[in-house]
Design a protein around this ligand. Structure first.
Ligand code: ATP
Length: 514
């Protein structure tokens, strides 16, 4: 069933809470802004996403290893990385509504509207010309499209360069020239734009000892850079090689909305790939392709992804792109792939006074490696999976079922074991089967309510298979397996349940597509 976008996000948020995926943090105290807790089903799905990433990025590569660095780091780390001085968002307040916004996001939302206009023109022309439609030609010749595209290019260039130079007065001027209004109140009365540092700080040590200000890490990458030499030496790693990490990061986001898309405490899955200088752009292309393949292997819909190359590069990067995903609120960044040059390691060399180099036995020289980074938000990935899996399906009998068509390898539970009745020895048989399957699969056991109701409960949490044990099972050793997606029911022997489920739910089937 087609859904208006904001409606869909609301429904997913409600569904996630009702079925134990995600709860607002400390809800009994009315919650805490942009912090969420993963519930009993959410944690299983989240762990499976992590595991698929870790397996694909670390364990399937001889030259990539993982670490788990601490969240607290020496404060000098954040001076070297540039976060103390420059990890800022431009903030602006509306004088009438008193609402606070990110100035760059206000301009980006304006640009998104222009992009939507272009998409509308394309859709109209596609309808008019049918099979003869040549999109590339249309985009390069239609006057309305060209006018809007020029506008988009000019505005994004000006925004990028003003932000890069720290010219906040110009960002405000741009907002005024474009006549951008507060999306809530419609007012155009804005304050000046100010910089706001996104790092959370706290004190380490007691005040009596003389406490030091330290930060909660705003990204996991620096934990990798400061351990570059430890891993390289202890693992006898040769270039090119990668270090991966999954862990929490914290950002005091100015506006945090859209559910788990933008949180103040979130989790990242990052891999820093160290290469010989001069080879970084080749590796950048390699990782762009690899990461896109990883996403598409999940079958969430190939048309749900696109690259968004950065035109205005950060000072440390010589190439950067985002993998954007079509979330319920439109195409948004899911993952970043950045060619970070030798910026980070060099900065740490300067601030720590320690050499962070690689000695190349072939050329007898030592140099600071270049780095290509892949960085994905685990929570955003969770939202991508959940939002594309959520479906309201009208069945043949006219009833509607809510089903999560999760990739079977990621579903919280691979199988539910359901005795048809709670008597006559059926629960005992079902428990026997459960005890065996539990070694390999995450199983649910449910003997409450009518079987139809139990099927719906499993649909709602995305369990790909239900195994039903009935009276005949006791005599012939056969059970019914129900498929979540096509609703087919098949009679199979108890011995064959395991291979039947494994065939569809094993992570191996995804890994083989990469
Ligand atoms: P955005 O522009 O959306 O703020 P970013 O460009 O600052 O994101 P990066 O610093 O490149 O993001 O971080 C890498 C990834 O971490 C992002 O692609 C995203 O998936 C995730 N991420 C970043 N900030 C958040 C957040 N506040 N909540 C959830 N995930 C986040």
């Amino acid at each position: 069933m087609a859904q208006p976008e904001d409606n869909l996000l609301k429904k997913i948020t409600a569904h996630a809470k009702e079925y134990g995926f995600i709860f607002p943090s400390s809800e009994i105290y009315d919650g805490l802004g942009a912090a969420y807790d993963y519930g009993q089903n959410g944690v299983e799905l989240k762990n499976k996403i992590k595991n698929y990433w870790w397996k694909a990025m670390v364990q399937m590569h001889e030259n990539i290893v993982g670490i788990d660095a601490s969240i607290f780091m020496h404060p000098a780390t954040w001076k070297a990385s540039g976060h103390v001085d420059a990890f800022n968002d431009p903030l602006i307040d509306n004088k009438d509504s008193k609402k606070r916004y990110r100035a760059d996001v206000l301009v980006e939302d304006y640009l998104a509207k222009l992009e939507a206009k272009i998409e509308k023109e394309v859709a109209k022309a596609e309808k008019r010309f049918g099979a003869d439609f040549d999109q590339a030609q249309f985009l390069s010749t239609n006057p309305n499209v060209l006018r809007n595209q020029t506008k988009i290019d000019e505005i994004s260039h000006r925004l990028g360069s003003s932000l890069e130079k720290g010219d906040l007065a110009d960002v405000k001027a741009l907002i005024e020239e474009l006549e951008i209004a507060d999306p809530v109140s419609g007012s155009k009365s804005w304050t000046e734009v100010r910089q706001f540092n996104l790092m959370f700080s706290t004190e380490m040590g007691s005040l009596a000892e003389g406490a030091n200000t330290i930060y909660l890490r705003p990204e996991t990458a620096q934990g990798i850079f400061v351990n570059y030499l430890n891993v390289q030496k202890s693992g006898r790693m040769k270039l090119p090689f990668g270090i991966a990490q999954i862990g929490k990061a914290f950002r005091n986001e100015i506006i945090a909305r859209q559910f788990i898309f933008r949180m103040r405490e979130f989790e990242q899955m990052e891999m820093q790939f160290f290469v010989k200088p001069g080879e970084e752009l080749e590796w950048y292309e390699h990782w762009k392709a690899q990461r896109m393949a990883w996403h598409k292997s999940l079958g969430l819909g190939d048309d749900h992804y696109r690259f968004h190359d950065h035109i205005n590069l950060a000072h440390y990067a010589n190439a950067a792109t985002d993998i954007q995903f079509q979330f319920p609120m439109g195409f948004k960044e899911l993952e970043g792939i950045h060619s970070r040059t030798d910026f980070d390691l060099k900065a740490h060399e300067e601030h720590s006074g320690k050499k962070l180099r690689f000695f190349d036995h072939h050329t007898n020289e030592s140099y600071v490696p270049y780095v290509v980074e892949t960085s994905i938000g685990l929570d955003r990935m969770f939202l991508a999976v959940l939002s594309s899996a959520y479906q309201e399906e009208t069945l043949e009998d006219g009833s509607v079922r809510t089903v999560l068509k999760l990739p079977p390898a990621l579903a919280p539970y691979e199988v539910a074991i359901l005795p048809l009745l709670k008597k006559d020895g059926l629960p005992e048989k079902a428990k026997e089967i459960l005890a065996e399957l539990q070694f390999q699969f995450n199983c649910q056991y449910d003997d409450k309510d009518a079987i139809g109701k139990r099927y719906r409960r499993q649909d709602a949490i995305g369990t790909p298979f239900c195994v039903t044990i009935d009276h005949e099972s006791l005599n012939d050793g056969m059970v019914t397996i129900r498929d979540r997606d096509d609703l087919s029911q098949e009679r199979v022997s108890i011995q064959s349940i395991q291979s039947k489920i494994a065939e569809k739910t094993a992570i191996e089937s995804l890994l083989r597509k990469l």
